[in-house]
Design a protein around this ligand. Structure first.
Ligand SMILES: [Zn+2]
Length: 301
């Protein structure tokens, strides 16, 4: 997960046209999500573009650069995921098992709310191992059951304090760490990072772990190891510098997948190198160049 800036004032038309407003009135009057029309948020009623994407889906694709909001995997046809579940929800009971909250109808009033919609891959949003309708709170007694005056996700998160991180509200850098195998772990004491991992199946998903390792840790370390084989010291130094500079550029490039892992690798470069099997003189050689790149980039900022 990586932080994304969404302008809540620039709302796709499907979420504010007359049909949407009319349907929402019916939903609010009923007090449940039975009348929710997925064609409205999917934007396929009358706003589908030439590529077959509704305006909401296209806006989310643009904002998240065709990536899943939760796992950062490439996703060109994302599901429109409701951060707060629109029909029913599950939390963890005292036995630490996921359980439906029978008294809650879901956050039906947020079904067309722009701040509640994020793009997701099928794995993160999946029924069972994925998010499904899981939405636990740090304190269940703060749970909101009915529409409030201020419905946007920022205001609601202030009150409810959900476990699940929101990429447009929270700074994921404060909640996660990674290892050299591509595993992800939560780091905050409240347990929001770890619970987000569990909700979206971000660690036990072997394909996801493999892709992270392959595209981040292996990608840069393989390149560094290959560079070490150059016999010409100046050429070797130049190439290693280029690789580390590329890592820095990639972690800032919104088109790239797994940017949080790239950031973590760059900022914890020393620790990652220390656990590599490289001989100490080679580690020192690479670290010398890393320090140089790090200095240059902190000056540039
Ligand atoms: Zn995902």
């Amino acid at each position: 997960m990586v932080k994304v800036e969404k302008d809540l004032k620039v709302i796709p038309n499907s979420l504010q046209d007359a049909d949407c407003k009319h349907n929402l009135i019916i939903i609010l009057a009923a007090g449940n999500g039975e009348a929710i029309n997925d064609k409205i948020y999917k934007g396929i009623k009358n706003n589908t573009n030439s590529d077959g994407f509704g305006d909401v889906q296209q806006a989310l694709k643009d904002l998240y650069r065709n990536k899943c909001a939760y796992c950062e995997s490439p996703e060109f046809n994302p599901q429109i995921e409701h951060y707060r579940p629109k029909k029913g929800l599950m939390t963890k009971n005292s036995a630490l098992k996921w359980k439906k909250v029978e008294t809650h109808k879901g956050y039906y009033w947020l079904c067309y709310d722009w701040s509640n919609l994020v793009p997701s891959c099928a794995s993160c949003n999946g029924i069972g191992r994925g998010k499904d309708v899981k939405f636990p709170l740090l304190n269940e007694s703060k749970r909101i059951f009915k529409p409030t005056v201020d419905n946007n996700a920022i205001a609601l998160n202030e009150i409810e304090k959900p476990y699940l991180l929101h990429p447009e509200i929270d700074e994921p850098k404060n909640f996660f760490r990674f290892d050299d195998k591509g595993n992800i772990f939560g780091t905050d004491t409240a347990g929001r990072g770890e619970m987000t991992i569990e909700i979206c199946w971000l660690r036990a998903n072997e394909t996801l772990r493999f892709n992270r390792k392959d595209q981040v840790f292996d990608y840069y370390t393989d390149a560094l190891i290959a560079a070490l084989n150059l016999s010409d010291v100046v050429a070797k130094q130049g190439l290693i510098k280029k690789i580390i500079e590329k890592l820095y550029r990639d972690l800032h490039n919104p088109e790239k997948s797994f940017r949080l892992y790239r950031w973590y690798f760059y900022t914890h470069f020393k620790e990652f190198l220390a656990i590599s099997l490289l001989p100490q003189p080679e580690i020192d050689f690479i670290l010398g160049i890393y320090e140089e790149v790090y200095e240059e980039n902190s000056e540039a900022k």
